[in-house]
Design a protein around this ligand. Structure first.
Ligand code: ZN
Length: 253
């Protein structure tokens, strides 16, 4: 039974039986890994405090070829998300990111670019809700791009004309873009110049630069995220749950 060691993010964990928990990791070298942590609910367990969402850990595990779940051998903390994770807005943003990752990152398949992007996003010092909304939008767009789902938004899908920076556009249910002359088709949704500028900004800037320097308001960021959530759901073929933590932190600890 081969033994592996890899840096990884803790994404989430849930109860299995008795004192055991299933833990979902996003690893640098093996993509998504699901493993069993034994005895995690017992007081002073060797795993307990390490399993905060978005803690960075060195994970060692055994993997039998025919098993979906790996056996966790050890988890060593590299960087804790403890302080930040006690903020509800931080927790809900990163739980959503964890949900997206466990949906889109394939199991037991490394993706170095995606790992580096997640790491950069996790290191952003977001200090308020607007910045967290920017973190979320940044992550969504790059997840779509790295997954090959980002739509072509430069030229009109009907007449082929290049879209100008200021014109009002619409997209259809497949996220094809239509210029100001071709846009009025039933069922199409508005895609404003402001949102397109935001999409351009995300692709042109580093995560930290985008989050701290982008001029977009929280309302515009939320509108952009709503559009990208629809793209992500279309790509996943299902609804993606946005975790809510209103006033309840108990189940996250
Ligand atoms: Zn057109």
């Amino acid at each position: 039974m081969p033994l592996y060691e890899t840096e990884s993010f803790v994404l989430k964990s849930y109860d299995l039986a008795d004192a055991d928990r299933i833990v979902v990791f996003f690893t640098r070298e093996h993509g998504i890994v699901r493993g069993v942590a034994k005895g995690v609910k017992r007081l002073k367990s060797r795993f307990g405090a390490l399993l905060e969402p978005f803690s960075v850990v060195d994970l060692t595990f055994f993997h039998k070829e025919d098993r979906e779940l790996v056996n966790i051998q050890s988890v060593e903390l590299v960087r804790s998300s403890f302080e930040a994770a006690s903020e509800l807005a931080y927790l809900s943003t990163f739980s959503y990111i964890a949900e997206l990752l466990s949906t889109f990152a394939p199991p037991n398949d490394p993706n170095e670019k995606l790992y580096r992007m997640v790491k950069a996003v996790s290191e952003i010092k977001a200090s308020n809700e607007r910045e967290l909304a920017a973190v979320r939008a940044y992550f969504e767009l790059w997840l779509l791009r790295l997954g090959g789902y980002w739509p072509e938004l430069k030229a009109c899908a009907a007449c082929g004309r290049e879209i100008s920076d200021t014109e009002e556009t619409m997209t259809d249910s497949s996220f094809r873009i239509f210029c100001c002359n071709c846009r009025q088709v039933k069922g199409n949704r508005t895609l404003s110049p402001e949102i397109r500028r935001l999409f351009g900004d995300i692709q042109a800037r580093s995560p930290n630069d985008f989050v701290t320097a982008c001029p977009a308001t929280q309302v515009v960021l939320a509108e952009a995220s709503a559009i990208m959530q629809r793209m992500l759901e279309a790509a996943a073929g299902r609804t993606i749950r946005v975790p809510q933590f209103a006033g309840d932190r108990s189940h996250t600890r």
